[in-house]
Design a protein around this ligand. Structure first.
Ligand code: M6R
Length: 366
């Protein structure tokens, strides 16, 4: 049942190239320049008239929501807010009938997300679900939706659900961008073509497994770890830290790299591993200077870089090379080595990777 892998988590990490393909199959037609998702097409007017999108989710799904915020705003120029479902439901939020609420949930059973949906519906908002489990409570409670086709995710630590959620949300943003004319035609086509080859690049990113294992052996006994990223990779930093803490029980935090000097940099000394997501696209020069700041305080730098990178390599203690892709799609690639790193650290620490202590796969109580 684990398909020859030691754990479901590892199996699910390795399934990502094929499940991302399953998720866009029949929806993304790169040669025709089309994206067709029934739940979006049937409600296109609502999406186009939306004054705001509010994303509600928990945990890893909330991180996918943060990536989506950057993508929706950049591609479709629709203002987006991302909320923890548990906060949203209890704070008397302002919801208008011209708001679209997107609920993201792998299981489709998360109690707080469900309650947020009910509240949004009472306020007259259109609620769209992005779920993995077909027929789940959230998929039934929402007005419309789009499934991720990740297949059953057994490991408590979410991996393939995250990358397929980002895939679905990216396709929605591209569809809306096309309808609104907020992306140039050539850029639209470039993204479509790039999405089609993303599974190949994810496959290539999986080849970092041995490297991730070597680095894991060095840092497995660290009591703390920091994850830094900027732009599209800021949510990936949060996700990398969550993955490490939930399965290895190492205290980890994710931060936007530039926030370091507003406090967390005080934590840096020669014992602090700092994982920096530093692909060539995006805010490369800015992240290089953030790395210099960490280095000058003796922090141990593990950098995720684009193949062929030289500048970060000179500064970092360890680098993990990933294939090049556009800034907006990079979370689908940069996430992979972070999943592998946390997996190997947890295994080396003798942790129960698939069923970490104190955690349940779906959180059906608040
Ligand atoms: O099923 P959901 O996507 O609604 O679950 C949300 C979170 O409980 C979930 O992502 C959790 O954070 C994972 N264990 C993270 O790996």
């Amino acid at each position: 049942e684990k398909g020859g892998y030691d754990h479901f988590m590892l199996k699910e990490i390795y399934e990502q190239p094929s499940v991302i393909k399953d998720t866009y199959r029949g929806r993304l037609h790169a040669n025709e320049g089309l994206i067709q998702m029934a739940g979006v097409e049937d409600n296109l007017e609502k999406f186009l008239n939306a004054e705001r999108i509010i994303i509600v989710a928990c945990g890893t799904s909330w991180h996918a929501g943060l990536v989506a915020e950057y993508i929706f705003e950049e591609f479709a120029r629709i203002p987006v807010e991302v909320e923890y479902a548990s906060e949203f439901r209890y704070r008397n939020p302002i919801i208008n009938s011209k708001d679209i609420v997107i609920a993201i949930s792998q299981s489709g059973e998360t109690a707080d997300t469900m309650a947020a949906i009910k509240l949004a519906k009472e306020s007259g908002a259109f609620v769209f679900g992005v779920c993995n489990v077909v027929g789940s409570s959230i998929s039934r409670e929402t007005h419309a939706g789009a499934y991720t086709h990740a297949g059953p995710e057994i490991g408590v630590a979410s991996t393939k659900a995250f990358t397929t959620q980002i895939t679905v949300l990216t396709m929605i943003a591209l569809r809306l961008a096309k309808a609104k004319g907020t992306l140039s035609n050539s850029l639209f086509h470039t993204y479509l073509q790039e999405l089609v080859i993303i599974p190949e690049k994810v496959k290539e990113a999986l080849e970092t497994n041995d490297r991730a294992k070597e680095i894991a052996a060095v840092f497995k006994d660290a009591p703390n770890c920091l994850y830094l990223g900027r732009g599209y990779n800021f949510p990936v930093a949060l996700e990398g830290a969550l993955k490490l803490k939930e399965i290895s029980y190492i205290h980890a935090e994710g931060y936007p790299a530039a926030e370091m000097k507003h406090g967390p940099i005080a934590l840096i000394d020669e014992h602090m591993p700092v994982v920096v997501i530093a692909p060539k696209q995006g805010h490369y020069d800015k992240i290089v200077s953030n790395i210099q700041e960490i280095k000058s305080r003796s922090g141990k730098i593990i950098a995720v870089v684009t193949k062929g990178d030289t500048q970060v390599r000179e500064l970092a203690d360890y680098v993990i090379e990933i294939p090049e892709t556009s800034d907006a799609l990079s979370p689908l690639i940069t996430t992979i080595p972070l999943q592998l790193l946390s997996y190997h650290i947890a295994v080396m620490r003798g942790c129960n990777v698939d069923q970490p202590r104190n955690l349940a796969k779906s959180v059906t109580v608040e």
